[in-house]
Design a protein around this ligand. Structure first.
Ligand code: DX5
Ligand code: ZN
Length: 221
């Protein structure tokens, strides 16, 4: 039982290797690595060399959350770096079906992220083409923001829309242990472990991980 994908944006950048080692041993569904271009979101994160190093150290899949305009320009490069999933933002492309095909052809799994203002209805038939959907529960760009309360209904609606399809739901941003429990009960599969869960100030990652697992035990999953 994992139900979490640690956000490496929240790791101490001077101890990234150690952090990945710790999480390799504890176990996670996947490593969530945020890529920010300074245009789609007002911040920068993780360039090619850092992503390659993460992929080499990671013993669990690497899920690139690509918050960048023109995602089609980066697909093959991310495959070369060793990413397993390429998650683009629906808001960044007019041709999501072509992009999914391009991602699969490059040997990765396609996933799509939605900003808080984008309704799940916008996904439509794309659910037949992706392996996962990341629902942003904060405006993308920064760690440590407050979880938007309308997300629980959004998760439940998406779960209904997905039906029997093998599509995972990931929720990203502002999730604490209690919110994680509620998200999982609403039908989310994996929450991004960030500032309020796995990387809490003054607590070790194993201690955070243990309290996360305690908190989600009773979720209906
Ligand atoms: C925000 C990023 C998140 C972030 C998680 O744009 O996509 O992955 O690191 O946020 P917190 O730490 O608030 O859960
Ligand atoms: Zn993210």
């Amino acid at each position: 039982m994992y139900h979490t994908s640690p956000s490496l944006l929240c790791a101490d950048p001077l101890r990234l290797g150690e952090t990945i080692e710790t999480l390799n041993i504890l176990g996670v569904d996947w490593f969530h690595i945020d890529v920010m271009d300074g245009s789609f979101v007002p911040n920068f994160a993780f360039g090619a060399d850092a992503i390659r190093a993460v992929c080499q150290a990671a013993k669990h899949p690497v899920y690139a959350h690509v918050m960048a305009l023109n995602p089609q320009n980066h697909v093959e490069a991310f495959a070369q770096l060793g990413c397993n999933t390429f998650c683009f933002h629906l808001e960044t492309t007019h041709n999501p079906f072509r992009l999914c095909q391009q991602i699969r052809a490059a040997g990765m799994k396609p996933a799509v992220a939605l900003n808080p203002a984008t309704g799940v209805e916008a996904l439509g038939n794309l659910l037949d083409y992706v392996d996962a959907v990341t629902l942003m529960s904060v405006e993308p760009g920064f760690s440590g923001q407050s979880f938007l309360p309308f997300m629980y209904d959004k998760i439940a609606s998406l779960r209904r829309m997905i039906g029997e399809r093998p599509v995972l739901i990931e929720v990203d941003g502002g999730v604490d242990n209690e919110i994680a429990r509620r998200c999982l009960s609403c039908g989310c599969d994996v929450v991004v472990g960030g500032y309020f869960t796995l990387f809490q100030k003054g607590k070790s990652i194993p201690a955070c991980y243990q309290s996360f697992n305690e908190a989600i035990k009773e979720a209906a999953i």
